[in-house]
Ligand binder design. Structure first.
Ligand SMILES: Cc1cc2nc3c(=O)[nH]c(=O)nc-3n(C[C@H](O)[C@H](O)[C@H](O)COP(=O)(O)O)c2cc1C
Length: 394
């Protein structure tokens, strides 16, 4: 039986979490963490009654001593985090959302969330002015970018007597999201995935290089999300602006040749390859072993590099392949045509194409077309786009 660790924070909608527990307890093992303010607002007893046993509230339980702790060698925030298949915070207050988004862990719930690596589903509920508050929205965005899941609040009559967005989503909608997330968590279990990311780096001399503006975020987010879905992920990355998190076999490369060698080393046993690296199209014909003097003009002679993507299906016929295509200032039709021609040339299953003139380098956002048998336009956070790519390819 899967375990849901459910955090309940002190919104006027907290009582609705009782119905959620009532419905979920038939299918799941549930542990409840009630914030101290929820205990003040509606009382933890309500949750103990519906669950039929104690709920958790305190980071330091009654009678806590460090000597006792050293003997038990267990603390609830770690044991709850370890036990969870999924964390659900329902309802989530502006306060708790803000604390998690800013790395604050000052109670049992926020400390347990900090200590977990399983999916966290947040169900906000608050007055519409609180929900519209720019800081709350920034916190929500930050959490989404960091892989937290949300069931968006609905619009309607609020307990404060006003109307607007902020109402806790319907309980059945929340249950549907929980079940989808639990299914998704294991949907790539045991699958071997290679993800390439970042820009390759070709040396001109021992000091200078040719590279590109890729930040590597798209590929790294895909690798992180695939790991969360149970895949065995090998990330082969060039120059990136961020570091990957989670259980990932992280291989660093510089040049196109190094990238190609590492792909060859790993491709035979892989089920899926997502080739998001920005691979240099050119390398230096003759690299200088000494630093080139700067006292005169310099003409660099470049040669075309190998097209790695063209060889993938030849190395592993069964692999599912996702390629990426960057174009500059093109129409959507030209973008789709370009993706289609790469799709055919490389015998890929999907090609994700974007127009990099739209300021996507280094950004958290992207605007892409995913071309396979159908064409799908996806605009939004790079992590969200990564999740969609994984859904399509799994
Ligand atoms: C009657 C009442 C209703 C409240 N409802 C909400 C709410 O719906 N959403 C919210 O974000 N905060 C709400 N608050 C404010 C939170 O309880 C407050 O920010 C608290 O510090 C949150 O603590 P917690 O996140 O640890 O539970 C409410 C407060 C009161 C007194």
């Amino acid at each position: 039986m899967k375990t849901i660790v459910m955090g309940v924070t002190s919104s006027i909608a907290s009582y609705k979490a009782i119905e959620l527990v009532e419905k979920l307890k038939k299918e799941f093992d549930i542990e409840i963490i009630v914030s101290k303010n929820t205990d003040n607002l509606i009382g933890k007893k309500e949750f103990e009654n519906v669950l039929g046993r104690k709920v958790h509230t305190e980071l330091f339980y009654k009678g806590w001593t460090y000597k006792g702790y050293l003997k038990r060698e267990e603390s609830e925030h770690i044991s709850l985090a370890d036990k969870a298949d999924i964390f659900v915070i329902c309802p989530a207050t502006a306060n708790t959302i803000g604390k998690i988004a800013n790395g604050i862990a000052d109670d049992l719930l926020t400390t347990s969330v900090m200590a977990t690596n399983v999916p966290v589903l947040i169900c906000p509920a608050m007055n519409y002015k609180m929900w519209e508050n720019k800081i709350v929205q920034e916190n929500v965005l930050k959490l989404k970018r960091n892989g937290f899941y949300f069931v968006e609040p609905g619009i309607g009559h609020l307990a404060c007597g006003c109307s607007g967005v902020g109402r806790l989503a319907e309980i059945d909608t929340i249950i549907k999201s929980i079940k989808e997330l639990i299914d998704k968590k294991n949907s790539l279990k045991g699958k071997r995935i290679i993800v390439t990311a970042g820009g390759t780096v070709e040396e001109i001399d021992p000091v200078r290089v040719i590279t590109n503006k890729s930040s590597g975020k798209m590929g790294i987010y895909i690798a992180e999300e695939a790991a969360k879905m149970g895949a065995l992920v090998t990330l082969i990355r060039g120059k990136t602006e961020i570091e990957p998190m989670g259980k990932i076999n992280d291989i660093k490369i510089n040049s196109v040749n190094e990238l190609s060698n590492e792909i060859e080393n790993n491709i035979k046993s892989a089920d899926i390859m997502i080739h998001a690296a920005a691979v240099s199209d050119f390398s230096i014909i003759r690299k200088s072993n000494k630093k080139i003097k700067s006292n005169k003009c310099l003409i660099l002679r470049l040669k075309k590099t190998i097209k790695i993507i063209d060889s993938i299906k030849k190395l592993n016929k069964k692999i599912k392949l996702v390629g990426f295509k960057a174009e500059y200032k093109v129409s959507e039709k030209e973008l789709v045509d370009s993706a289609n021609s790469l799709l055919k040339r490389a015998d890929a299953d999907f090609v994700v194409a974007n127009d990099v003139s739209k300021g996507v380098f280094g950004s958290e956002e992207n605007d892409v077309v995913i071309v396979g048998k159908k064409v799908e336009h996806v605009k939004g956070g790079k992590r969200e786009i990564g999740k969609r790519i994984l859904e399509l390819v799994r």
